[in-house]
Design a protein around this ligand. Structure first.
Ligand SMILES: Nc1ncnc2c1ncn2[C@@H]1O[C@H](COP(=O)(O)OP(=O)(O)OP(=O)(O)O)[C@@H](O)[C@H]1O
Ligand SMILES: Nc1ncnc2c1ncn2[C@@H]1O[C@H](COP(=O)(O)OP(=O)(O)OP(=O)(O)O)[C@@H](O)[C@H]1O
Ligand SMILES: [Mg+2]
Ligand SMILES: [Mg+2]
Lengths: 256, 256
C-alpha cells in the first residue's frame, strides 16, 4: 500500500532536495500522510524544513547503522501530515563503514519493511553520487523520480543513471521503475532547453512528466525560512508548479 | 613555480566544472600554459572540452592507481596552451579501492611532484563530495577556489567546507589556503543574493573575489559544443566575466 519514491540524479544541483521537500509537502497538503527521508550527509532537506544541525539527534545514520528504528527517528514537521527522517553529517562515515557489510545495500529497505507508521508515501532525497547511500535509496524504492535541468551536463549524466537503474533491477529489485522525469528550473524559451527536452522526450517517452517547474525566486528563498514553497508563498509560480506536480503523480498512481 | 588550484565545493551544481574549464581556458588565452585535471567520475570537464567518453583512454584513474604518469595521460585540447587530464567512469571505483591504501590522499600530489611539463598553472575540477577524490585534490593543491551560488543551501555548506580545509591543513598541508570565493550565476538584484553575499563577505573578507559571473545562456551552451565559453562566444557576458576572473587571479598571484 505504501509507495516509496527516490528522488535521484548524480548530477549536482538539479533540484533534488527542492523537489523532495516540495513534493512531499504537496502530498501532505493534499491530505496524504507522507514521510520525507533525507539520505544526504549535507542534510539540505533537514535544514530546508527548519531543523537546525544537531549531531546528537537520531538520524538516517542511526537507522542505516542499526542503532535506531524508523519510528524512533521520525520527526513531526510544521506541515500537517508531513514527517521527516533527518540527516546528519555523521552520514558521511556510512559510505566507508558500510563498504564491507554484507547487507550494505538493504539497510534502508529492511528498516522500512519493519515500519508500521501511517504514511502512505515516502520520498527519499539522495546525494549527487551513485554511492552506497543512493544505492540504499534505490533498493528501498518502488520508483525513481528524476529531476533534470534542461542543460548539457545533466543530459550527459542520464545514460549512466539509467545503467545504474538497470543494474539495481537485475541485481536486487526487478520491480523498480521510473516514476517520471521532471524538468526543473525550466525556461522553455531557450534553444538549449528545447534541444535537451527533445532528447529527453525521445528517451523517456511519457515518463517525461507534463508538469515543469519554472525558475522562481520564491523556491530559492523558502528553505532559508525553513518552509516548503507552498507554505512560504502559496500563490507563487513555484508553489503552484509543485502542487501541480504532486497532483500529477497522485493521479498517475490513482491515489487521489 | 607551478601553482595548483583546486576548484572545490561539496554542494552540487554551483559551477565548479564551468569555472574550472573557463578559468583554465582564460589562463591559456592569456598565454599562460595551463593544465586542467578532471577529478570527477562524471567527467563533465572532459566532455565540456569536446572529448567523447572513452573507457580505454588513460585518465586520472590511471594516475591515481599508479598505472600511468601525468605525462603519459595529458591530452592537448583545441585551445592553445591548454592541456587536459581526462576523467573516466572507472574513477568511481577509486573511492572504494583507495579506502585502505596507505598513501590514499597523496596519489595526485605525488604524481604532480614527478611531472616536469611546461604548465605554469594547474586547475583541478572536483566532484560534489568531500570524498577521497576531493581529498586527493585538496592535498595536491596550493590553494582552493570556491565557486558559490548566492543561495541558501550553498551558504549552509560553507562551514563544512572550511572545516575540511582546516583538517587538511592540520593533517597534511599547512600551506593550503583559499585562493578566493567566486559568486557564480549571480543576480545581485535579489534580496536572497544580497543577504547571502553579505554573509560571505563577513566570513571571507577580501577572499571574496571582485569578479562575479552572471547567469548567461552562452555559458550553458558552450559545453554542448565542446568549447570554453570564450571560444564559443568571445563577446558574451559570460566570456568576458571568465576572462576578468582569470586576470584577477593572475594579478593577485603576480603572474601577469
Ligand atoms: N525552481 C527553482 N527556482 C529557483 N531556484 C531553484 C529552483 N529549484 C531549485 N532552486 C535552487 O537551486 C539550487 C539547487 O537546488 P537543490 O539544492 O534542490 O538541488 P540538488 O539536486 O538537491 O543539489 P545537490 O546535488 O547538491 O543535492 C538551490 O539553491 C535551490 O534553492
Ligand atoms: N554563468 C552561468 N550561466 C548559465 N548557466 C551556467 C552558468 N554557470 C554554470 N551554468 C550551468 O549550470 C549547471 C551547473 O554548472 P556545473 O555543472 O558547472 O556545476 P558543478 O558545480 O560542476 O556541478 P556538479 O556538482 O554536478 O559537479 C550546468 O548546466 C552549467 O552549464
Ligand atoms: Mg540536494
Ligand atoms: Mg562538475
Amino acid at each position: 500500500m505504501r509507495k516509496v519514491i527516490a528522488v535521484v540524479n548524480q548530477k549536482g544541483g538539479v533540484g533534488k532536495t527542492t523537489t523532495a521537500i516540495n513534493l512531499a509537502a504537496g502530498f501532505a497538503l493534499e491530505g496524504i500522510a507522507s514521510l520525507l527521508i533525507d539520505c544526504d550527509p549535507q542534510a539540505n532537506s533537514t535544514g530546508g524544513l527548519g531543523f537546525a544541525r544537531d549531531a546528537d539527534r537520531l538520524s538516517i545514520y542511526s537507522i542505516l547503522s542499526g542503532e535506531a528504528t524508523v519510528t524512533e527517528t521520525a520527526l513531526q514537521t510544521d506541515v500537517e501530515h508531513l514527517t521527516l527522517i533527518p540527516s546528519s553529517k555523521h552520514l558521511i562515515g556510512a559510505n566507508v563503514e558500510l563498504v564491507n557489510a554484507e547487507d550494505r545495500a538493504f539497510r534502508l529497505r529492511n528498516a522500512l519493511a519493519k515500519y508500521t507508521g501511517p504514511e502512505r508515501l515516502v520520498v527519499l532525497d539522495c546525494p549527487p553520487a551513485l554511492d552506497i547511500l543512493t544505492l540504499n535509496a534505490l533498493v528501498a524504492a518502488d520508483s525513481l523520480l528524476i529531476p533534470m535541468q534542461a542543460e548539457y551536463f545533466a543530459l550527459e549524466g542520464v545514460s549512466e543513471l539509467v545503467q545504474t537503474l538497470d543494474r539495481v533491477r537485475d541485481g536486487f529489485r526487478p520491480e523498480l521503475e521510473v516514476e517520471g522525469v521532471v524538468l526543473t528550473m525550466y525556461d522553455e524559451r531557450t534553444n538549449l532547453a528545447q534541444q535537451v527536452t527533445e532528447n529527453l522526450r525521445t528517451f523517456f517517452g511519457d515518463k517525461l512528466l507534463k508538469t515543469t517547474i519554472p525558475r522562481n525566486i520564491r523556491v530559492a528563498e523558502a528553505p532559508s525560512h525553513g518552509k516548503p514553497v507552498q507554505v512560504y508563498d502559496p500563490r507563487s509560480r513555484g508553489a503552484e508548479a509543485y502542487m501541480e506536480l504532486a497532483r500529477e503523480i497522485l493521479q498517475r498512481n490513482k491515489i487521489k
